[in-house]
Design a protein around this ligand. Structure first.
Ligand SMILES: [Zn+2]
Length: 391
């Protein structure tokens, strides 16, 4: 039997905090002071044109201590500004605070964390689900954490952990995944995941929400019971989607083998790069909490020894995998791809998944550091294989 060296991966796990009112007040004051410290350090860094951490430390450390920040939080504030070297950051909003191993610790026995605040060290209970518990138990070490305040005054802690995962064996397959409209997810190996009731239910909630929202917009109907209905609807939808995403990502990872490289469309990147959103992206954005889907998929994949890479998804549904001819006309309908140049014809989502995998191969996903992968295709499909070997 072959044995593989261990492989260490850093993951960030978001957990809800359950502070008492006094603790919440202390967190608030801490985030405020930390942010003031960051903004002071940023101002000085800009004035002096000095973003190097050690130089900046000499310039502002005493000020930050005088403001009331603990030594460790002062160091973290300087690190945060130092990281933003030459950045265009204007100033920081008081919504987060960075912690390292000295200012933050996790105790799994009673599921609490301990944080340095302006009122001293505090132990605060976590509210976590099974998947967070599972991940945290796997943690080899805790690197640090980011405390954030969400809308409606909820507190979260993003715990950075290192997990030891199986080293992906070399020679794995490169598998593309397309988030489609017909099937929610299609792998280049031919597996398709309808997402179960996810799509239909989500549309149902979308309509329902619009309905209640319009009632909330009319002052005469904005009653307590309508507001409660709104909250209930949001909660039910969130739980439903979360559960469906867990099931879907679990099934996708079950279709993969340790050593495979899973290639995704980088939809978050697309959102940052272009202000004009494509039709597909808009559609998915409404139906799909993409960031959440990706996180769940990524961590399940990583724990199985499957690596995940993301590629630019533009025009992946318009390119012919056999001859390379790219045209909007190639996509005859939502379901059908037919190449205008060579006549190659196939399921449109599958064609997109193949193109996604090929993009990663072109970027070297199959070689350097990722094992010598080969494009994984539907069994028996040699049409595209031929072209790939030739190119
Ligand atoms: Zn073609």
């Amino acid at each position: 039997m072959m044995r593989y060296a261990d492989f260490v991966q850093t993951l960030s796990v978001r957990c809800t905090l359950k502070p008492t009112p006094e603790q919440a007040e202390a967190l608030e004051a801490t985030v405020q002071l930390f942010t003031e410290g960051c903004n002071h350090a940023l101002r000085v860094a800009k004035e002096r044109g000095e973003f190097r951490r050690f130089r900046l430390h000499r310039l502002v450390y005493k000020d930050l201590r005088a403001m009331g920040l603990s030594a460790n939080l002062a160091v973290q504030a300087i690190a945060r500004v130092g990281r933003k070297r030459g950045s265009r950051a204007k100033f920081y909003q008081p919504t987060s605070c960075h912690y390292d191993q000295r200012t933050f610790s996790l105790r799994l026995a009673d599921e609490t964390v301990s944080l340095t605040t302006v009122r001293g060290r505090m132990r605060i209970p976590l509210k976590i689900g099974n998947y967070q518990r599972h991940l945290l138990r796997q943690a080899e070490s805790v690197q640090g954490a980011v405390l954030t305040k969400g809308p409606k005054g909820k507190w979260y802690v993003h715990i950075q952990i290192r997990v030891r995962t199986p080293e992906p064996p070399p020679g794995g397959r490169v598998v593309g995944l397309d988030l489609g409209q017909k099937a929610l997810a299609t792998l280049s190996t031919g597996e398709r995941f309808s997402g179960g009731p996810l799509k239909g239910k989500r549309l149902h909630y979308l309509r329902k929400r619009a309905e209640v929202r319009s009632r909330l917009d009319r002052p005469s109907e904005r009653t307590k019971s309508v507001k409660r209905l709104w909250e209930r609807l949001r909660g039910r939808e969130a739980r439903f989607v979360n559960n469906a995403l867990h099931v879907l990502t679990k099934r996708i990872v079950e279709a993969l083998e340790p050593g495979d490289v899973l290639v995704l469309e980088d939809l978050t990147g697309l959102r940052e790069r272009t202000t004009k959103r494509g039709r597909k992206e808009r559609h998915l954005h409404n139906l799909w909490p993409y960031a959440r889907f990706r996180f769940l998929l990524e961590y399940k994949a990583v724990l199985k020894g499957v690596r995940v890479v993301a590629v630019d998804p533009r025009r992946t549904s318009q390119e012919c995998p056999r001859c390379g001819y790219t045209s909007r006309q190639n996509r005859r309908s939502q379901a059908l791809f037919r190449c205008g140049a060579c006549g190659f014809q196939h399921n449109a989502d599958w064609v997109a998944s193949v193109n996604i995998a090929r993009r990663a191969l072109a970027q070297g996903a199959g070689s350097e550091g990722l094992g010598h992968g080969q494009l994984a295709l539907m069994p028996g499909n040699r049409l595209t294989y031929f072209r790939l070997l030739a190119s």
